[in-house]
Design a binder for this molecule. Structure first.
Ligand SMILES: [Zn+2]
Length: 88
């Protein structure tokens, strides 16, 4: 299935193509840096999933000022890597 077909709307840049789940809240809520320093900006839901999946990933330092940074960390801590592959 085409990921863009889910919900009929484009999802945030942090959403994996294979992840069928919809965005949650603002699509530019948080930025995650992968271990190469590449930035992935997305919603809380998908950045948490990305954070749990990418080895060496971390939140962008600017996230410290965000009230929901803790939420992203807590969600990521409870997720397996690539959660969408195991149906979560
Ligand atoms: Zn999203």
């Amino acid at each position: 299935m085409d990921a863009t077909a889910a919900g009929g709307a484009r999802r945030c840049a942090a959403a994996d193509e294979a992840d069928p789940t919809p965005c949650e809240g603002r699509r530019t809520a948080v930025t995650v840096l992968d271990r190469n320093g590449v930035q992935h900006t997305g919603c809380i839901h998908h950045t948490a999933r990305l954070l749990a999946s990418l080895e060496g990933a971390r939140l962008h330092p600017s996230a410290a000022a965000l009230p929901w940074a803790c939420e992203v960390y807590c969600r990521a801590a409870q997720l397996p890597p690539f959660a969408w592959q195991v149906g979560r």
